[in-house]
Design a protein around this ligand. Structure first.
Ligand SMILES: NC(=O)c1ccc[n+]([C@@H]2O[C@H](COP(=O)([O-])OP(=O)(O)OC[C@H]3O[C@@H](n4cnc5c(N)ncnc54)[C@H](O)[C@@H]3O)[C@@H](O)[C@H]2O)c1
Length: 446
Protein backbone atom coordinates (compact mmCIF):
# COMPACT_ATOMS: atom_id res chain seq x y z
CA UNK A 1 0.00 0.00 0.00
CA UNK A 2 1.55 3.28 -0.99
CA UNK A 3 1.40 6.33 1.24
CA UNK A 4 -1.67 8.54 1.20
CA UNK A 5 -1.46 11.23 -1.41
CA UNK A 6 -3.88 14.14 -1.45
CA UNK A 7 -2.35 16.18 -4.27
CA UNK A 8 -4.92 17.73 -6.50
CA UNK A 9 -3.04 18.18 -9.78
CA UNK A 10 -3.37 14.67 -11.15
CA UNK A 11 -4.21 14.31 -14.85
CA UNK A 12 -7.89 13.71 -14.18
CA UNK A 13 -8.09 16.61 -11.75
CA UNK A 14 -6.45 18.79 -14.35
CA UNK A 15 -8.24 17.40 -17.33
CA UNK A 16 -10.53 20.38 -17.68
CA UNK A 17 -7.54 22.67 -18.04
CA UNK A 18 -5.63 22.74 -21.29
CA UNK A 19 -2.09 23.57 -20.22
CA UNK A 20 0.65 21.92 -22.24
CA UNK A 21 2.24 20.81 -18.99
CA UNK A 22 -0.80 18.78 -17.93
CA UNK A 23 -1.19 17.38 -21.43
CA UNK A 24 2.42 16.20 -21.40
CA UNK A 25 2.01 14.82 -17.92
CA UNK A 26 -1.02 12.83 -18.97
CA UNK A 27 0.52 11.48 -22.14
CA UNK A 28 3.60 10.36 -20.22
CA UNK A 29 1.55 8.53 -17.59
CA UNK A 30 -0.66 6.93 -20.19
CA UNK A 31 1.89 5.48 -22.54
CA UNK A 32 4.09 4.13 -19.77
CA UNK A 33 1.39 2.20 -18.05
CA UNK A 34 -0.87 0.47 -20.55
CA UNK A 35 -0.46 -2.90 -22.21
CA UNK A 36 0.46 -3.68 -25.78
CA UNK A 37 -2.67 -2.70 -27.69
CA UNK A 38 -3.11 0.48 -25.71
CA UNK A 39 0.51 1.51 -25.39
CA UNK A 40 1.13 2.03 -29.11
CA UNK A 41 1.33 5.71 -30.01
CA UNK A 42 -1.82 7.45 -31.19
CA UNK A 43 -2.25 8.03 -34.88
CA UNK A 44 -3.17 11.70 -35.15
CA UNK A 45 -3.84 11.90 -38.87
CA UNK A 46 -7.09 13.35 -40.17
CA UNK A 47 -10.15 15.03 -38.75
CA UNK A 48 -13.82 14.28 -38.68
CA UNK A 49 -15.30 15.28 -42.01
CA UNK A 50 -17.99 17.94 -41.78
CA UNK A 51 -21.50 16.56 -41.79
CA UNK A 52 -23.92 19.04 -43.29
CA UNK A 53 -27.67 19.19 -42.69
CA UNK A 54 -28.44 17.14 -45.79
CA UNK A 55 -25.84 14.39 -45.39
CA UNK A 56 -26.67 10.79 -44.64
CA UNK A 57 -24.94 9.71 -41.41
CA UNK A 58 -23.66 6.14 -41.59
CA UNK A 59 -23.69 4.42 -38.20
CA UNK A 60 -21.86 1.24 -37.13
CA UNK A 61 -22.60 -0.91 -34.08
CA UNK A 62 -19.88 -2.81 -32.17
CA UNK A 63 -21.39 -5.21 -29.59
CA UNK A 64 -24.81 -6.33 -30.80
CA UNK A 65 -26.38 -7.32 -27.47
CA UNK A 66 -29.28 -5.87 -25.53
CA UNK A 67 -27.93 -2.34 -25.03
CA UNK A 68 -26.32 -2.18 -28.45
CA UNK A 69 -29.58 -3.08 -30.18
CA UNK A 70 -31.37 -0.44 -28.11
CA UNK A 71 -28.74 2.22 -28.79
CA UNK A 72 -28.76 1.50 -32.53
CA UNK A 73 -32.53 1.89 -32.57
CA UNK A 74 -32.28 5.19 -30.68
CA UNK A 75 -29.59 6.42 -33.08
CA UNK A 76 -31.92 5.66 -36.00
CA UNK A 77 -34.77 7.60 -34.38
CA UNK A 78 -32.57 10.52 -33.33
CA UNK A 79 -31.99 11.94 -36.82
CA UNK A 80 -33.81 11.48 -40.10
CA UNK A 81 -30.51 11.06 -41.96
CA UNK A 82 -29.05 8.19 -39.91
CA UNK A 83 -28.65 4.74 -41.46
CA UNK A 84 -27.14 1.63 -39.85
CA UNK A 85 -24.62 0.29 -42.37
CA UNK A 86 -22.34 -2.02 -40.36
CA UNK A 87 -22.47 -4.36 -37.37
CA UNK A 88 -19.73 -6.20 -35.45
CA UNK A 89 -19.80 -8.83 -32.73
CA UNK A 90 -17.67 -11.75 -31.59
CA UNK A 91 -20.62 -14.13 -31.99
CA UNK A 92 -22.68 -14.54 -35.20
CA UNK A 93 -25.86 -15.50 -33.30
CA UNK A 94 -25.78 -12.22 -31.34
CA UNK A 95 -25.28 -10.16 -34.48
CA UNK A 96 -28.00 -11.96 -36.40
CA UNK A 97 -30.65 -11.65 -33.67
CA UNK A 98 -29.85 -7.96 -33.20
CA UNK A 99 -30.01 -7.41 -36.98
CA UNK A 100 -33.37 -9.18 -37.21
CA UNK A 101 -34.83 -7.11 -34.35
CA UNK A 102 -33.64 -3.84 -35.86
CA UNK A 103 -34.65 -4.78 -39.41
CA UNK A 104 -38.16 -5.61 -38.24
CA UNK A 105 -38.57 -2.41 -36.24
CA UNK A 106 -36.87 0.05 -38.62
CA UNK A 107 -36.81 -1.49 -42.13
CA UNK A 108 -36.03 1.80 -43.92
CA UNK A 109 -33.02 2.54 -41.75
CA UNK A 110 -31.20 -0.79 -41.51
CA UNK A 111 -28.93 -1.23 -44.53
CA UNK A 112 -26.34 -3.72 -43.30
CA UNK A 113 -25.20 -5.76 -46.30
CA UNK A 114 -23.86 -9.26 -45.53
CA UNK A 115 -20.29 -8.10 -46.23
CA UNK A 116 -20.75 -5.38 -43.57
CA UNK A 117 -21.55 -7.88 -40.80
CA UNK A 118 -18.23 -8.51 -39.11
CA UNK A 119 -17.54 -11.37 -36.71
CA UNK A 120 -14.62 -12.00 -34.35
CA UNK A 121 -12.25 -10.26 -31.98
CA UNK A 122 -10.95 -8.05 -34.80
CA UNK A 123 -14.44 -7.30 -36.14
CA UNK A 124 -14.35 -3.83 -34.52
CA UNK A 125 -11.44 -2.75 -36.73
CA UNK A 126 -13.12 -4.02 -39.89
CA UNK A 127 -16.25 -2.08 -38.98
CA UNK A 128 -14.25 1.09 -38.35
CA UNK A 129 -12.69 0.67 -41.81
CA UNK A 130 -16.08 0.22 -43.51
CA UNK A 131 -16.91 3.87 -44.27
CA UNK A 132 -19.09 4.77 -41.27
CA UNK A 133 -19.32 8.24 -39.66
CA UNK A 134 -20.50 7.31 -36.15
CA UNK A 135 -19.77 4.24 -34.05
CA UNK A 136 -21.74 2.82 -31.12
CA UNK A 137 -19.57 0.95 -28.58
CA UNK A 138 -21.61 -1.52 -26.54
CA UNK A 139 -19.41 -4.52 -25.89
CA UNK A 140 -18.49 -5.62 -22.38
CA UNK A 141 -16.46 -2.74 -20.90
CA UNK A 142 -13.12 -4.58 -20.74
CA UNK A 143 -12.76 -3.89 -24.49
CA UNK A 144 -13.82 -0.24 -24.28
CA UNK A 145 -10.37 1.42 -24.06
CA UNK A 146 -9.12 -0.51 -27.11
CA UNK A 147 -12.27 0.24 -29.11
CA UNK A 148 -12.31 3.92 -28.11
CA UNK A 149 -8.70 4.32 -29.14
CA UNK A 150 -9.30 2.66 -32.51
CA UNK A 151 -12.47 4.72 -33.07
CA UNK A 152 -10.85 8.12 -32.52
CA UNK A 153 -7.82 7.08 -34.56
CA UNK A 154 -10.26 6.27 -37.37
CA UNK A 155 -11.91 9.73 -36.98
CA UNK A 156 -15.32 8.42 -35.92
CA UNK A 157 -17.89 10.18 -33.75
CA UNK A 158 -18.55 7.91 -30.76
CA UNK A 159 -21.45 6.91 -28.59
CA UNK A 160 -19.97 4.73 -25.85
CA UNK A 161 -21.78 2.84 -23.14
CA UNK A 162 -20.59 3.04 -19.55
CA UNK A 163 -18.27 2.15 -17.89
CA UNK A 164 -15.29 3.33 -19.91
CA UNK A 165 -12.70 0.96 -18.43
CA UNK A 166 -12.25 -1.84 -15.89
CA UNK A 167 -8.79 -0.82 -14.66
CA UNK A 168 -6.58 2.25 -14.36
CA UNK A 169 -4.32 1.52 -17.35
CA UNK A 170 -7.47 1.29 -19.46
CA UNK A 171 -8.81 4.51 -17.97
CA UNK A 172 -5.60 6.37 -18.71
CA UNK A 173 -5.90 5.27 -22.32
CA UNK A 174 -9.52 6.47 -22.38
CA UNK A 175 -8.42 9.90 -21.12
CA UNK A 176 -6.00 10.05 -24.00
CA UNK A 177 -8.74 9.09 -26.46
CA UNK A 178 -10.94 11.84 -25.03
CA UNK A 179 -8.23 14.41 -25.69
CA UNK A 180 -7.64 13.15 -29.22
CA UNK A 181 -11.39 13.21 -29.88
CA UNK A 182 -11.53 16.83 -28.71
CA UNK A 183 -8.57 17.78 -30.88
CA UNK A 184 -10.26 16.16 -33.89
CA UNK A 185 -13.68 17.68 -33.10
CA UNK A 186 -15.27 14.24 -32.68
CA UNK A 187 -18.32 13.54 -30.53
CA UNK A 188 -17.76 11.39 -27.43
CA UNK A 189 -21.12 10.83 -25.80
CA UNK A 190 -21.35 8.47 -22.84
CA UNK A 191 -24.18 6.19 -21.77
CA UNK A 192 -24.35 7.71 -18.31
CA UNK A 193 -27.99 8.08 -19.22
CA UNK A 194 -29.28 9.78 -16.05
CA UNK A 195 -27.37 12.91 -17.07
CA UNK A 196 -29.73 13.06 -20.05
CA UNK A 197 -32.92 12.37 -18.11
CA UNK A 198 -35.28 15.37 -18.12
CA UNK A 199 -36.45 14.67 -14.53
CA UNK A 200 -32.96 14.29 -13.08
CA UNK A 201 -31.82 17.38 -14.97
CA UNK A 202 -34.47 19.40 -13.12
CA UNK A 203 -33.45 18.30 -9.64
CA UNK A 204 -29.71 18.48 -10.29
CA UNK A 205 -30.09 22.01 -11.65
CA UNK A 206 -31.80 22.96 -8.39
CA UNK A 207 -29.07 21.28 -6.34
CA UNK A 208 -26.39 23.06 -8.36
CA UNK A 209 -28.24 26.38 -7.92
CA UNK A 210 -27.87 26.01 -4.14
CA UNK A 211 -31.47 25.12 -3.26
CA UNK A 212 -30.29 22.59 -0.65
CA UNK A 213 -27.34 24.80 0.33
CA UNK A 214 -23.86 23.31 0.55
CA UNK A 215 -23.84 19.53 0.27
CA UNK A 216 -22.57 17.91 3.47
CA UNK A 217 -23.31 14.22 2.74
CA UNK A 218 -24.49 12.02 -0.12
CA UNK A 219 -26.12 8.59 -0.17
CA UNK A 220 -26.39 6.47 -3.31
CA UNK A 221 -27.72 2.93 -3.46
CA UNK A 222 -28.05 0.25 -6.16
CA UNK A 223 -29.30 -2.89 -4.42
CA UNK A 224 -30.77 -5.44 -6.78
CA UNK A 225 -31.16 -9.21 -7.21
CA UNK A 226 -29.27 -11.77 -9.28
CA UNK A 227 -28.76 -11.06 -13.00
CA UNK A 228 -28.77 -13.34 -16.04
CA UNK A 229 -26.21 -16.08 -16.67
CA UNK A 230 -25.72 -18.72 -19.41
CA UNK A 231 -24.91 -22.34 -18.50
CA UNK A 232 -21.92 -23.74 -20.35
CA UNK A 233 -22.76 -25.49 -23.61
CA UNK A 234 -20.78 -28.36 -25.15
CA UNK A 235 -18.07 -26.95 -27.39
CA UNK A 236 -17.73 -23.61 -25.62
CA UNK A 237 -14.10 -22.85 -24.85
CA UNK A 238 -13.09 -20.92 -21.73
CA UNK A 239 -13.03 -17.67 -23.68
CA UNK A 240 -16.48 -18.20 -25.18
CA UNK A 241 -17.92 -19.13 -21.78
CA UNK A 242 -16.46 -16.04 -20.13
CA UNK A 243 -17.51 -13.72 -22.94
CA UNK A 244 -21.07 -15.06 -22.83
CA UNK A 245 -21.08 -14.55 -19.04
CA UNK A 246 -19.00 -11.39 -19.04
CA UNK A 247 -20.76 -9.78 -16.05
CA UNK A 248 -18.99 -12.14 -13.65
CA UNK A 249 -15.36 -11.65 -14.73
CA UNK A 250 -13.41 -8.63 -13.53
CA UNK A 251 -11.38 -8.40 -16.74
CA UNK A 252 -14.59 -7.96 -18.71
CA UNK A 253 -16.99 -6.10 -16.38
CA UNK A 254 -14.82 -4.55 -13.65
CA UNK A 255 -17.26 -6.09 -11.09
CA UNK A 256 -20.82 -4.90 -10.53
CA UNK A 257 -19.85 -1.66 -8.78
CA UNK A 258 -18.15 -0.68 -12.05
CA UNK A 259 -20.62 -2.22 -14.45
CA UNK A 260 -23.99 -1.49 -12.84
CA UNK A 261 -23.81 0.60 -9.66
CA UNK A 262 -21.67 3.13 -11.52
CA UNK A 263 -24.95 4.81 -12.47
CA UNK A 264 -25.41 5.69 -8.79
CA UNK A 265 -21.81 6.83 -8.45
CA UNK A 266 -22.26 8.98 -11.54
CA UNK A 267 -25.14 10.73 -9.77
CA UNK A 268 -22.92 11.27 -6.73
CA UNK A 269 -20.32 12.80 -9.05
CA UNK A 270 -22.99 14.93 -10.75
CA UNK A 271 -24.22 16.29 -7.42
CA UNK A 272 -20.61 17.19 -6.54
CA UNK A 273 -20.21 19.01 -9.89
CA UNK A 274 -17.66 16.32 -10.81
CA UNK A 275 -15.19 17.39 -8.15
CA UNK A 276 -13.34 14.15 -7.30
CA UNK A 277 -13.15 12.73 -3.77
CA UNK A 278 -9.78 12.72 -2.04
CA UNK A 279 -9.92 9.09 -0.89
CA UNK A 280 -12.23 6.22 -0.02
CA UNK A 281 -12.46 3.09 2.07
CA UNK A 282 -14.87 0.22 1.56
CA UNK A 283 -16.33 -3.11 2.58
CA UNK A 284 -17.32 -5.84 0.17
CA UNK A 285 -17.43 -9.55 -0.40
CA UNK A 286 -18.88 -12.58 -2.12
CA UNK A 287 -21.29 -14.03 0.35
CA UNK A 288 -24.21 -15.65 -1.48
CA UNK A 289 -23.35 -15.83 -5.18
CA UNK A 290 -20.38 -18.10 -4.55
CA UNK A 291 -20.78 -20.74 -7.30
CA UNK A 292 -17.75 -20.78 -9.67
CA UNK A 293 -20.24 -20.22 -12.50
CA UNK A 294 -20.30 -16.61 -11.28
CA UNK A 295 -16.65 -15.97 -12.02
CA UNK A 296 -14.67 -13.87 -9.58
CA UNK A 297 -16.75 -10.79 -8.71
CA UNK A 298 -18.22 -9.73 -5.35
CA UNK A 299 -21.95 -9.64 -4.60
CA UNK A 300 -21.94 -6.57 -2.33
CA UNK A 301 -20.04 -3.32 -1.75
CA UNK A 302 -20.28 -0.36 0.60
CA UNK A 303 -17.94 2.57 0.09
CA UNK A 304 -17.29 5.81 1.98
CA UNK A 305 -15.91 8.55 -0.25
CA UNK A 306 -14.21 11.47 1.50
CA UNK A 307 -14.49 14.76 -0.36
CA UNK A 308 -12.76 18.05 0.42
CA UNK A 309 -14.28 20.06 3.31
CA UNK A 310 -15.32 16.95 5.26
CA UNK A 311 -18.11 16.07 2.83
CA UNK A 312 -18.79 12.34 2.77
CA UNK A 313 -20.43 10.19 0.10
CA UNK A 314 -21.88 6.83 1.17
CA UNK A 315 -22.48 4.22 -1.51
CA UNK A 316 -24.12 0.80 -1.25
CA UNK A 317 -24.57 -1.80 -3.99
CA UNK A 318 -25.67 -5.40 -3.84
CA UNK A 319 -26.63 -8.19 -6.23
CA UNK A 320 -28.23 -10.74 -3.90
CA UNK A 321 -31.62 -12.41 -4.41
CA UNK A 322 -34.36 -12.33 -1.79
CA UNK A 323 -33.25 -9.07 -0.15
CA UNK A 324 -34.60 -5.52 0.12
CA UNK A 325 -33.87 -3.70 -3.13
CA UNK A 326 -33.32 0.02 -3.57
CA UNK A 327 -32.11 2.24 -6.37
CA UNK A 328 -32.19 5.74 -4.96
CA UNK A 329 -30.04 8.74 -4.07
CA UNK A 330 -30.21 11.38 -1.35
CA UNK A 331 -28.11 14.50 -0.99
CA UNK A 332 -28.08 16.35 2.35
CA UNK A 333 -27.28 20.08 2.33
CA UNK A 334 -27.14 22.98 4.77
CA UNK A 335 -30.58 24.24 3.60
CA UNK A 336 -32.38 21.02 2.71
CA UNK A 337 -32.20 17.59 1.11
CA UNK A 338 -32.78 16.17 -2.36
CA UNK A 339 -34.32 12.71 -2.93
CA UNK A 340 -34.27 10.72 -6.18
CA UNK A 341 -35.96 7.38 -6.75
CA UNK A 342 -34.72 5.85 -9.99
CA UNK A 343 -37.64 5.86 -12.46
CA UNK A 344 -39.84 7.21 -9.61
CA UNK A 345 -40.58 10.51 -7.86
CA UNK A 346 -38.05 13.19 -6.97
CA UNK A 347 -38.30 15.92 -4.34
CA UNK A 348 -36.49 18.55 -2.31
CA UNK A 349 -37.25 19.31 1.33
CA UNK A 350 -36.10 22.23 3.48
CA UNK A 351 -35.97 25.95 2.67
CA UNK A 352 -36.85 25.48 -1.01
CA UNK A 353 -39.34 22.60 -1.22
CA UNK A 354 -40.03 21.12 -4.68
CA UNK A 355 -41.30 17.87 -6.06
CA UNK A 356 -41.87 15.95 -9.25
CA UNK A 357 -44.30 13.16 -8.47
CA UNK A 358 -44.65 11.75 -11.96
CA UNK A 359 -42.33 11.34 -14.91
CA UNK A 360 -45.22 10.80 -17.33
CA UNK A 361 -44.76 12.68 -20.58
CA UNK A 362 -41.04 13.28 -20.12
CA UNK A 363 -38.77 12.09 -22.91
CA UNK A 364 -36.85 8.83 -22.50
CA UNK A 365 -33.26 9.43 -21.37
CA UNK A 366 -31.87 6.79 -23.74
CA UNK A 367 -33.42 8.66 -26.66
CA UNK A 368 -32.35 12.10 -25.42
CA UNK A 369 -28.65 11.16 -25.32
CA UNK A 370 -28.76 10.22 -29.01
CA UNK A 371 -30.96 13.17 -30.04
CA UNK A 372 -28.50 15.61 -28.50
CA UNK A 373 -25.48 13.83 -29.91
CA UNK A 374 -26.72 13.98 -33.53
CA UNK A 375 -27.88 17.58 -33.12
CA UNK A 376 -24.39 18.49 -31.92
CA UNK A 377 -22.73 16.66 -34.82
CA UNK A 378 -25.00 18.38 -37.37
CA UNK A 379 -24.21 21.73 -35.74
CA UNK A 380 -20.47 21.11 -36.10
CA UNK A 381 -20.00 21.28 -32.33
CA UNK A 382 -19.94 17.63 -31.26
CA UNK A 383 -20.71 16.93 -27.61
CA UNK A 384 -17.87 15.49 -25.56
CA UNK A 385 -18.68 13.92 -22.17
CA UNK A 386 -15.12 12.66 -21.88
CA UNK A 387 -13.81 14.19 -18.68
CA UNK A 388 -16.83 13.46 -16.55
CA UNK A 389 -17.23 9.94 -17.97
CA UNK A 390 -13.64 9.16 -17.01
CA UNK A 391 -14.07 10.64 -13.54
CA UNK A 392 -17.20 8.63 -12.82
CA UNK A 393 -15.43 5.48 -14.00
CA UNK A 394 -12.53 6.17 -11.64
CA UNK A 395 -14.98 6.67 -8.77
CA UNK A 396 -16.14 3.08 -9.29
CA UNK A 397 -12.64 1.69 -9.81
CA UNK A 398 -11.30 3.24 -6.59
CA UNK A 399 -14.28 1.90 -4.63
CA UNK A 400 -13.57 -1.59 -5.98
CA UNK A 401 -9.85 -1.27 -5.23
CA UNK A 402 -10.62 -0.19 -1.65
CA UNK A 403 -13.09 -3.07 -1.15
CA UNK A 404 -10.83 -5.71 -2.69
CA UNK A 405 -7.76 -4.70 -0.67
CA UNK A 406 -9.45 -3.47 2.52
CA UNK A 407 -7.23 -0.37 2.33
CA UNK A 408 -7.83 3.37 2.16
CA UNK A 409 -7.25 4.35 -1.48
CA UNK A 410 -6.71 7.92 -2.67
CA UNK A 411 -7.98 9.28 -5.98
CA UNK A 412 -4.42 9.66 -7.22
CA UNK A 413 -3.39 6.18 -6.13
CA UNK A 414 -6.38 4.74 -7.98
CA UNK A 415 -5.52 6.70 -11.10
CA UNK A 416 -1.88 5.59 -10.93
CA UNK A 417 -2.74 1.92 -10.26
CA UNK A 418 -0.74 -0.53 -12.38
CA UNK A 419 -3.22 -3.38 -12.07
CA UNK A 420 -4.07 -4.51 -15.59
CA UNK A 421 -7.00 -6.90 -15.89
CA UNK A 422 -7.29 -7.36 -19.67
CA UNK A 423 -5.03 -10.23 -20.84
CA UNK A 424 -2.41 -9.13 -23.38
CA UNK A 425 -3.53 -11.82 -25.78
CA UNK A 426 -6.88 -13.56 -26.22
CA UNK A 427 -6.91 -17.05 -27.67
CA UNK A 428 -10.18 -18.84 -28.44
CA UNK A 429 -8.71 -22.23 -27.61
CA UNK A 430 -6.29 -21.58 -24.74
CA UNK A 431 -7.31 -22.31 -21.15
CA UNK A 432 -8.35 -19.14 -19.30
CA UNK A 433 -7.84 -19.64 -15.57
CA UNK A 434 -10.05 -17.39 -13.45
CA UNK A 435 -8.19 -14.96 -11.18
CA UNK A 436 -8.90 -15.61 -7.49
CA UNK A 437 -11.70 -13.72 -5.74
CA UNK A 438 -10.23 -10.78 -3.82
CA UNK A 439 -9.78 -11.15 -0.05
CA UNK A 440 -9.76 -7.83 1.86
CA UNK A 441 -6.63 -7.50 3.97
CA UNK A 442 -4.78 -10.09 1.87
CA UNK A 443 -5.25 -8.85 -1.70
CA UNK A 444 -2.58 -6.23 -2.37
CA UNK A 445 -3.11 -2.85 -4.01
CA UNK A 446 -1.08 -2.74 -7.19
N1 LIG B 1 -26.76 2.73 -19.74
C1 LIG B 1 -27.45 1.67 -19.37
O1 LIG B 1 -28.49 1.79 -18.73
C2 LIG B 1 -26.98 0.29 -19.74
C3 LIG B 1 -27.87 -0.78 -19.70
C4 LIG B 1 -27.40 -2.06 -20.06
C5 LIG B 1 -26.07 -2.22 -20.44
N2 LIG B 1 -25.24 -1.15 -20.45
C6 LIG B 1 -23.82 -1.31 -20.85
O2 LIG B 1 -23.76 -1.71 -22.21
C7 LIG B 1 -22.70 -2.61 -22.43
C8 LIG B 1 -23.26 -3.90 -23.05
O3 LIG B 1 -24.20 -4.46 -22.16
P1 LIG B 1 -25.37 -5.44 -22.70
O4 LIG B 1 -26.35 -5.55 -21.60
O5 LIG B 1 -25.83 -5.00 -24.03
O6 LIG B 1 -24.56 -6.82 -22.82
P2 LIG B 1 -24.84 -8.00 -23.87
O7 LIG B 1 -24.11 -9.19 -23.37
O8 LIG B 1 -26.30 -8.11 -24.15
O9 LIG B 1 -24.13 -7.45 -25.20
C9 LIG B 1 -22.73 -7.38 -25.37
C10 LIG B 1 -22.43 -7.81 -26.79
O10 LIG B 1 -21.04 -7.55 -27.07
C11 LIG B 1 -20.53 -8.67 -27.79
N3 LIG B 1 -19.09 -8.69 -27.63
C12 LIG B 1 -18.34 -9.15 -26.58
N4 LIG B 1 -17.04 -8.90 -26.78
C13 LIG B 1 -16.93 -8.29 -28.00
C14 LIG B 1 -15.84 -7.81 -28.75
N5 LIG B 1 -14.58 -7.88 -28.30
N6 LIG B 1 -16.11 -7.27 -29.97
C15 LIG B 1 -17.38 -7.19 -30.44
N7 LIG B 1 -18.45 -7.63 -29.76
C16 LIG B 1 -18.22 -8.16 -28.54
C17 LIG B 1 -21.25 -9.86 -27.19
O11 LIG B 1 -21.20 -11.00 -27.98
C18 LIG B 1 -22.66 -9.30 -27.03
O12 LIG B 1 -23.44 -9.49 -28.19
C19 LIG B 1 -22.03 -2.80 -21.06
O13 LIG B 1 -20.97 -1.91 -20.92
C20 LIG B 1 -23.11 -2.42 -20.07
O14 LIG B 1 -22.60 -1.92 -18.86
C21 LIG B 1 -25.68 0.09 -20.14
Amino acid sequence: MSTMNTRTNSPLNSALTSSAQTRRQFIKTSSAAVGTALAAPYVLRGQAHDISAADVIKVGLIGCGGRGTGAASQAMKADKGTVLTAMADVFPDRLESSHQTLQKALPDKIKVEPDHRFIGLDAYQKLLDSGIDVVILTTPPGFRPIHLKAAVEANKHVFTEKPMAVDAPGLRSVMESVKVAKAKNLAMVAGFCWRYNPAERQIFERVHNGEIGDIRALYTCYNTGFLWSHPRKPGWTDLEYQLRNWLYYTWLSGDHITEQAIHSLDKMAWAMKDVPPVRCYAHGGRQVRTDPAFGNIFDHFSVVYEYPNDVKGYHFSRQQAGCFNDNSDQFFGTKGSAYIKAFGPLHITGENPWNLRSRTGLEDMYQVEHNEMYQSIRAGKPNNDGVRMARSTLLALMGRMAAYTGQMITWDEALDSQEKLMPDKLDWNAPMPVAPVALPGLTKFV
